[in-house]
Design a protein around this ligand. Sequence first.
Ligand code: 5AD
Length: 324
Amino acid sequence: MLSRDDVIKLLRSEGFAQADLFAEARHARERIWGPRVLLRGVIEVTNVCRVDCDYCPMRRSNLKQTDRFDADEDGILSAVEDIHSHGIDVVFLQGGENLAITDVVESVIPKVKQRYDGEVELLLCLGDLPDAHYSRLAAAGADSYILKHETSDPDLHLKMRGRPLAERIDRLESLLRLGYKVGTGTIVGLPGQPFESLADDILLAQGLAVHMVSASPFIPAEATPLAGAPMGNLDTTLNAIAIMRILNPEWLIPSVSAMNKLATDGQLQGLNAGANVLTANFTPTRDQQRYTIYGRSRHVARLDFLERILTEAKLEPRGSCWIS
Ligand code: 5AD
């Protein structure tokens, strides 16, 4: 167990202390996971969002400027085929928060399960939906769900998202109750987020008994109120990843593509700090360009790029831990 003070201190690690922290995190990962890193394939299914988050270019206020898209069933199924043909068995459907997409996703899930004999995990990241939607998606066969708490500071959360933190936590608890494997996560370096608050983010994830957690750096994006704010710090993000790994060696913790905006080998550094998940993008190109998360110059991680990172990290790909 690490105390809040321990976490705050570790978040500031640098030099030899940081190298020790990363080594301990890699050791904890090795103990549970061996040399294996989970590979996911993501399909971005809609850029329409009803929330107005200050950090996100797909915010509601930008809806008029955005070239809107909602993927259709055939488009999703062919991207799933692409993922499956590359030997990846975690299909990750991600999109803005928009109730209309539930129908499409609900209809696609059983088809995917049937087509691949249930040997595909369906992971969703579609925002705060009513319980009835989460139930329908679970009944259709969804296995897991990611809903990041983003920041555990109630004031900052409300300021950044225009929605209360309590509501987000309530949704996370619903997902857990419904039997999903659940992921949460924090954005590192939001303007107005001190180390203390980041420590609370990490401890909140532990308190919620989730199965996956992430620390991804804040990326200032054009057409948002935070366009001029400084980027999240690479070392702090890496330290957060390592602390998460030590706190709970069993967690799935990604090294996200946004890490590559902070350093060309950012995602590799995330693995070296204890992460054990990489996500390859399989969104059809046209939709990918319209999915403006992180702004137009986002780094899109393709499978060949991630395979090179795995080789460099001397790690190997693995499949879902939640299906047969
Ligand atoms: N910087 C970092 N993370 C962001 N997200 C959206 N915009 C940004 C940004 N500018 C993250 C949020 C959300 C996820 C889908 O993308 O954490 O949960």
